[in-house]
Ligand binder design. Structure first.
Ligand code: GLY
Length: 382
């Protein structure tokens, strides 16, 4: 099968970004219904909104922004999340703010990202040896003070960014301890990933492995696997001397490649017994593709080649099967369908109806991979 035209897919996504920025006058995009095209928004961006600002930073690489898509305008809307006590600020402000410094040396964005990194460092718990999910995590009704998950690994790339840009040794030490402990607690020997753990508050020992969003406590939730791949490779890129992180990135990516369906698009949970009659997760798949491209750059031409090819196959499957490239398509142009927050009955009200929809962070990841595959962005810096 021929490879899709990456630049045509990118152009469709840019058109969609502009349409979204006109549609959403208050709040921040969270997920969109492919049938109506309507966005469900959150007041301050929730854990997902940084990915919307991230899309605008990426878009700015290609086009001069129109007033509605100036990233700084939207960064103001997610700023209230700086005060939140949760490890997921790492996601919000890596993509929402640090990316502005990385791509454009934007000083305002750098200041916001630095404040977020300081807040994360203050949440580090010495006894646990990591940053716990925190009382403002989206799983707030299902956590105590000593809960952790692989999703929280995203705190480390932001702290490592800050350590490098601000020459902040404390941030480097905390990022390293957090990454070491979270990877150790959630990655199994075969490279598969269990989402969540309950820890002993006195010493950080794992009392129970479980899931907040997967099918059950032993199943492999698609995004758990993808978070480990993505953040493991981001950490390894920022500190290549930590060879254990490269090893985690490689093993989790290898597990994904050995278990993902033949068409390259993951189901929401690898162990849902209803497969194939259940939801896909295009967001997890796009995150995995981003991770594969990062791992490929880490490993270089020879060994990295098969990861780059695998990423390219997955992105091609997403573009062909789930992205409305054509202006006259059945779904809004540039929208990535097929995202699913979780199929669990205990999901949050703002996520519940979201099945086979556009998830704002899935679209960020797809756009990022398109730019990397097309040579417009460098996987090693993102
Ligand atoms: N907590 C991040 C996620 O749902 O993927």
């Amino acid at each position: 099968m021929t490879t899709p035209d990456w630049s045509q897919a990118t152009a469709a996504m840019l058109a969609h970004i502009e349409a979204t920025s006109r549609q959403v006058s208050t709040g921040v995009p969270h997920w969109a219904d492919p049938v109506t095209g309507r966005w469900t928004v959150t007041p301050d961006g929730d854990w997902t909104g940084g990915a919307w600002v991230g899309q605008l930073w990426l878009a700015k690489l290609l086009r001069n922004p129109v007033p509605q898509t100036v990233p700084g305008r939207w960064l103001k809307r997610i700023r209230p999340r700086l005060d939140k006590r949760t490890a997921f600020k790492g996601f919000t402000f890596y993509y929402g703010a640090a990316l502005g410094q990385i791509l454009f040396s934007d000083e305002d964005a750098a200041a916001v990202a630095t404040t977020a990194a300081e807040g994360l460092a203050d949440l580090y718990d010495d006894a646990l040896g990591l940053i716990p999910l925190g009382e403002d995590a989206e799983e707030h009704c299902a956590i105590g003070t000593a809960e952790s998950s692989i999703d929280s690994l995203v705190a480390s790339p932001l702290l490592l960014w800050s350590a490098a840009v601000n020459d902040d040794e404390r941030h480097r030490v905390i990022a390293t301890a957090h990454a070491d402990r979270v990877l150790e607690n959630h990655v199994r020997d075969d490279g598969s990933v269990i989402q969540s753990t309950t820890l002993d508050p006195a010493n950080g020992k794992v009392l129970r492995s479980h899931t907040h969003k997967g099918y059950n406590d032993t199943s492999i939730w698609g995004r758990a696997q993808a978070w480990a791949m993505l953040c493991g490779s981001m950490c390894a890129l920022r500190q290549p001397e930590q060879t254990a992180w490269l090893d985690y990135a490689r093993r989790t990516c290898d597990w994904w490649l050995a278990n993902v369906p033949g068409d390259g698009v993951a189901y929401w949970d690898f162990d849902d017994p209803a497969i194939p009659d259940t939801s896909r997760d295009t967001a997890a798949t796009a995150m995995a593709a981003s991770a594969l491209l990062k791992l490929a750059s880490l490993l270089g031409e020879g060994e990295g080649q098969r990861y780059r090819e695998a990423a390219s196959r997955s992105v091609a499957a997403l573009v062909r099967g789930y992205l409305a490239v054509d202006e006259y398509a059945e779904y809004p142009q540039g929208m990535l369908r097929g995202g699913c927050f979780t199929r669990r009955p205990d999901s949050r009200p703002q996520d519940r109806a979201a099945d086979d929809v556009e998830l704002v962070f899935g679209s960020y990841m797809l756009l990022e991979t398109l730019l990397v595959l097309d040579g417009a962005a460098d996987a090693t810096t993102l």
